[in-house]
Design a protein around this ligand. Structure first.
Ligand SMILES: C[S@@+](CC[C@H](N)C(=O)[O-])C[C@H]1O[C@@H](n2cnc3c(N)ncnc32)[C@H](O)[C@@H]1O
Ligand SMILES: [Zn+2]
Length: 334
């Protein structure tokens, strides 16, 4: 944790100022272990392996804990980076471009292994504060250690230990895994200052009826399985997806005549998009779908309501691969 993170913190219990109480180990600009304390209610929060911890997983409600547990494990296995992540991230937050985040104070809700944290930091954000509830923060911290403008915090998106000072908040692939996605979204944007902006990407209800019908029941079993076993089992559907996307979807979609035909293929937009990814990422995608205990599929109508509820203006809501929604908007000035 860098000292400059203190500028953004606030006690999740009472909103009071957070001070650095003790430092036990430092390395360069990072405080590796120590303690933070609230100046108002005196509650203290440990800094462990470079990450301030505002949520103790065993104390988090079961539904959230199980999700965080699964993703924490997942990101520790799939901790690799890939150059394709940058374009994928831009596709998820469109119409936001790298220039938009330059100089801004940015909040990321549910950072996983920190692949997007690194990009936003590299695009010249003044600071990015990346929050995740799970042990994925260990990977995100390792990915951003010593990077002046990148901060990783372990906390629950519903109880953010942050002041309302952010110019821009985004959340990619997280809200639909929360027990109440809309409340998670509102909690995230509650830390954006008046007139700031927000982006969110969620699974769509439209075109995903087959997942709800066939994959959800499987997920109720697989999310309770031993992780190591599921990791290997997921290789079977992943191998099927990998070979089909590489042998059928990718070549067909590249040719002019083939592309016409490809439009009739099952789930073409998504599977064609996925076909650019290597084996490791396709395995990750399948594993993630099977390991997550909670996944909501959100209709455009409901997603629009979220943005109306926060009184956002200039809202842009768009299909992504015809199976998910991405939204961007400006918060009111008052
Ligand atoms: C599918 S991953 C997406 C991670 C990252 N946004 C990405 O796209 O690489 C969902 C992430 O949300 C985190 N998460 C789940 N529930 C959370 C909560 N209540 N508060 C904060 N993060 C949470 C998980 O730990 C996980 O890392
Ligand atoms: Zn307090």
């Amino acid at each position: 944790m860098k000292r400059s993170l203190l500028n953004y913190l606030a006690c999740p219990a009472c909103g009071g100022q957070i001070n650095l109480a003790t430092i036990s180990a430092e390395e360069g600009i990072e405080i590796l272990s120590g303690e933070l304390q609230c100046a108002s209610c005196a509650k203290s929060f440990p800094i462990v392996r470079g990450v301030p911890r505002f949520a103790e997983l065993p104390e988090v409600e079961e539904e959230k804990r199980a999700t965080a547990d699964s993703f924490g494990w997942s990101w520790q296995q799939f901790s690799h980076d890939d150059e394709r992540y940058e374009q994928q991230f831009l596709d998820w937050i469109a119409p936001v471009r790298p220039e938009f985040v330059a100089g801004k104070i940015v909040l990321e809700g549910g950072c996983g292994k920190g692949r997007h944290t690194q990009r936003v930091s590299g695009w010249g954000a003044k600071d990015i504060v990346a929050v995740d509830l799970s042990a994925a923060v260990e990977v995100a911290f390792a990915a951003t250690q010593g990077v002046e403008n990148a901060h990783v915090v372990q906390a629950d998106i519903y109880h953010l230990p942050l002041q309302r000072v952010f110019d821009y908040a985004f959340s990619v692939g997280v809200l639909h895994h929360l027990p109440n996605p809309r409340e998670g979204f509102k909690s995230l944007v509650s830390r954006v200052k008046p007139g700031g902006h927000a982006s969110a990407w969620v699974y769509g209800a439209e075109n995903n009826e087959w997942i709800v019908r066939f994959v959800n029941p499987v997920r109720t079993i697989t999310s309770r399985m031993g992780r190591r076993l599921l990791y290997h089992l997921a290789k079977i559907p992943a191998a099927l997806m990998y070979s089909t996307t590489k042998i059928v979807y990718r070549p067909l979609n590249r040719g002019r005549r083939g592309a016409k035909l490809a439009r009739h293929l099952f789930y073409n937009d998504y599977l064609n998009y996925i076909s650019q990814f290597n084996w490791r990422d396709q395995h990750l995608i399948v594993f993630d779908h099977l390991v997550a205990p909670t996944a909501f599929y959100i209709s455009r109508e409901e997603f629009e309501e979220w943005w109306r509820e926060i009184r956002a203006t200039g809202v842009v809501i768009d299909w992504h691969n015809q199976n998910s929604w991405r939204g961007f908007g400006k918060l009111p000035e008052d």
